[in-house]
Design a protein around this ligand. Structure first.
Ligand SMILES: [Zn+2]
Ligand SMILES: [Zn+2]
Length: 152
């Protein structure tokens, strides 16, 4: 996919640059080579998967290395998901603080923790969409996240 994009970009560029320029030729040769090498690697991987499916247990050392790597991949994915969840939680907390402080009526940025707008006196605070949990400000009629109608 990315290679097609790069290839297209190269073709687009080569329209503006002289074809016999060594830099252009070098880039194009390098791109061709890495493209072919990636195809080769992908074919080897396919052969590997098919052989493994057919001759399970024939490559004990490689298979145990593969298992180890796959275990590590699973752990790594779990860690990535945990970090993503943490990041989202942090962003939501920041968003919540921001929405708690900024008055939905007049836009005044109040001090953290105040219950009424220090500028216009409107009640401040946020609530969660009962359907999807998105953080909403009082007076919201439809959830911006899932579209659920809110009890105003
Ligand atoms: Zn206000
Ligand atoms: Zn919602």
């Amino acid at each position: 996919m990315a290679n097609d994009l790069f290839g297209g970009l190269m073709k687009g560029l080569s329209g503006f640059m002289p074809q016999d320029d060594p830099d252009v030729k070098l880039m194009s040769a390098q791109s061709d080579l890495s493209d072919l090498q990636q195809q080769e690697t992908a074919i080897y991987a396919d052969i590997g998967r098919q052989s493994l499916a057919q001759f399970k247990g024939r490559f004990p050392e490689l298979e145990s290395r593969l298992q180890l790597v796959q275990t590590n991949i699973a752990e790594s994915q779990a860690q990535l998901e945990a970090v993503q969840a943490e990041k989202k939680q942090k962003e939501q907390a920041e968003q919540r603080t921001e929405q708690q402080c900024v008055c939905p009526q007049c836009g005044y940025r109040n001090l953290e923790g105040v219950k009424f707008c220090q500028e216009c006196g409107v009640k401040l605070g946020v609530f969660n969409c009962p359907k999807c949990g998105a953080v909403l400000v009082p007076g919201t009629r439809f959830c911006g996240e899932c579209g659920a109608k809110q009890e105003v």
